[in-house]
Design a protein around this ligand. Structure first.
Ligand code: FES
Length: 619
């Protein structure tokens, strides 16, 4: 059998003759981007052939171009393995570190759905023998509890009670007894899980004390079937087993995370009584094994927008036998329970003045509102801000250029994550770079690179202009790190869509330009991006910098809040039900606003007086 060696991971896998490199990579858990799911149309599964031979296909030539194919680039989904080969996978996925962000808020209040009840069974005598079950019901009644359902697993535990009387520790949820323990208290724990398209994060919470005991994260294993949601939906619909396979992948990662959290905290997963899940609508449906076909059809409605709760075991989640897996409600096909969690954490519905909340991940969600109402939309704006779609893009991992400044004499300075030699550029670095290029006149307001402004760094290669940040000899990967004209276009598309969406939401919500009291940025984007750079390129409206704040992993925070406090859970349902969802594709003015927003900072420069005055001062 031929062998495929993947670099830089060093993973070696055996391949069946004729199997594609992408399939071998998927089997071996080597992440390779595959936006089209391996159909040979997206060009995103590009890898480098280091040694060995594979046949060049017409798709390689069409999507990568003759020059790149000649230098060894190949499409992983088209390369059929016939002999031993060594393949280098791109930095973008291979080096992801799954950074776990701090929560924006500590969970002080807790009023969990799950409760502890201590009961004394009095025992019974020979003259009037009473079943343990009736003794329990009498004791509960005496302690002021209503009738509680007793599942078989709890009844089995009761069978071990002493006939002479006994102290029992019960864990209850609504009108159900979840667990019976004798001889001391058992633990009562919950796990809040943020199921992101890229990363799954789990927070183990002590439901008695409200303390966070452990946090673990994993790369979402579904990523091997496509970075973006649409390819995964396509994969799940292509064959009957596709949906089940994706569900198994994500459920396995949830179980792995629960196990890791429990091992770190030294507790038994059987003491986990509730799991609270949040995720975008597609991930939500995937976790519950729901057909995602409706998400691809107009009007892109979810199967359900109700809060859900099932026994964890129905989904294959390994917690207490009677434990529950719950999910916050979705709003629309592309505004899911994760955004509801973000809104819960941001408390947008309680604010007196209008704010904008932005959560950019693989996709972007944006809301505008206050206590008088919230308008929300979904924007296709994610990958470029996460380093995807960019020629030298990578996620925020060691060696990623994360901050850039360009001085008056056009001297370039940058920092890399971990202070390592540069490997590529991540989202925050890309936004900084574009802002600095614009403020220093290296790109004009249309985004065009002006080679005359900095002939040393603006170079033309392979028929395209690029700004060279790092020469091959100085990079960690032996290739230059540069930012091409096409990369700038990707940033323009992403920021244009986000800006246009913000404008529409503000207008529909009746918020005048200039009257936005603040912008709250959720997730990694909000944590690492420089607000000043984001404002300089027109990604954010021009409001004072101190009114733009990062709110950490707000989806995770919202999930924890819902797990720990039933009032917050009710609040999430209310927010999801009452907010107004705006489908941007149905808004006639979206396109015009989008094109106007492609300019730096905007076609209407009057919206950005401070940015324009900085540009004028520098030039
Ligand atoms: S071309 Fe899309 S995955 Fe290969």
């Amino acid at each position: 059998m031929p062998k495929v060696r993947f670099e830089p991971s060093g993973i070696v896998a055996e391949a069946k003759v004729g199997e594609t490199v992408l399939d071998v990579a998927r089997r071996s858990d080597v992440p390779i981007e595959s936006v089209c799911g391996g159909r040979g149309v997206c060009g995103r599964c590009r890898v480098e052939l280091v040694s060995g031979e594979t046949e060049v296909t017409k798709e390689d030539l069409k999507l990568l171009g003759k020059r790149k194919v000649k230098s060894g680039s190949r499409l992983a989904c088209r390369q059929r393995v016939v002999d031993d080969v060594t393949i280098e996978t791109p930095e973008y996925l291979g080096s992801s570190k799954h950074v776990i962000l701090e929560s924006s808020e500590k969970i002080h209040v807790h009023a969990p759905m799950v409760k502890e009840v201590l009961i004394h069974l009095k025992g019974s005598d020979l003259e009037k023998p009473e079943s343990i079950h009736s003794q329990l019901m009498m004791a509960l009644k005496g302690a002021g509890h209503g009738r509680l359902e007793l599942p078989l697993s709890a009844l089995e535990a009761l069978a071990k009670a002493s006939p002479d009387g006994q102290d029992l520790h019960l864990v209850t949820r609504r009108d159900e007894i979840l667990k019976v323990t004798m001889g001391g208290r058992s633990g009562m724990f919950g796990v809040a899980i943020d199921v992101g398209s890229t990363t799954v994060v789990a927070y183990l919470m002590d439901l008695s004390s409200g303390n966070e005991l452990a946090v673990h994260s994993l790369l979402n294993p579904q990523i091997k079937h496509g970075d973006d949601i649409i390819s995964r939906i396509t994969y799940s619909m292509a064959a009957p087993e596709g949906r089940k396979e994706l569900q198994d992948l994500v459920i396995n990662s949830i179980n792995q995370l629960i196990q890791s959290c429990c091992s770190s905290a030294g507790i038994d997963p059987q003491d986990i009584m509730e799991v609270m899940l949040v995720g975008n609508t597609a991930m939500h449906h995937s976790v519950f094994g729901l057909d995602q076909r409706l998400l691809t059809l107009v009007p892109f409605a979810p199967v359900t927008s109700e809060a859900l709760e099932f026994k964890g075991r129905e989904l294959g989640i390994r917690i207490a036998h009677e434990g529950y897996a719950c999910a916050l409600p979705n709003v629309a096909g592309f505004v899911g329970a994760d955004h509801v969690a973000v809104l819960l954490a941001s408390r947008l519905d309680e604010l007196d003045e209008p704010h904008m909340v932005i959560d950019i991940g693989t996709n972007g969600e944006i809301s505008v509102g206050d206590k008088n109402g919230i308008f929300s939309a979904s924007v296709a704006a994610g990958p470029a801000f996460e380093g995807g779609n960019l020629s030298c893009g990578m996620r925020g991992a060691e060696g990623a250029i994360d901050h850039v400044t360009i001085g008056k004499d056009l001297n370039l300075e940058f920092s890399t994550i971990g202070g390592k030699r540069p490997r590529g550029i991540c989202g925050s670095g890309a936004i900084d770079l574009v802002a600095q290029l614009f403020l220093n006149g290296v790109i004009d307001s249309s985004g065009r690179l002006d080679h005359k402004s900095d002939p040393e760094r603006v170079q033309r290669r392979d028929g395209e202009w690029r700004y060279v940040l790092v020469e091959p000899g100085n990079s960690a990967v032996g290739r230059e790190v540069s930012f091409t004209q096409e990369d700038i276009v990707q940033i323009q598309f992403a920021k244009g869509a986000l800006h246009a969406a913000g404008e529409i939401l503000m207008e529909r919500r009746g918020v005048e330009k200039g009257s936005l009291a603040g912008i709250l940025l959720a997730g990694a984007f909000g944590n690492f991006v420089d607000p000043s750079s984001a404002r300089s390129i027109g990604l954010l409206p021009e409001i004072p910098i101190h009114d733009i704040k990062g709110i950490g992993n707000a989806a995770g925070t919202g999930s924890k809040m819902a797990l720990m406090d039933i009032r917050r859970r009710a609040k999430a349902r209310k927010v999801a039900k009452e907010l107004t969802y705006v489908e941007l594709a149905a808004q006639q003015d979206f396109e015009d606003r989008f094109y106007a927003s492609l300019y730096f900072p905007h076609m209407d420069q009057g919206q950005y007086p401070e940015v324009i005055s900085r540009v004028r001062k520098r030039l």
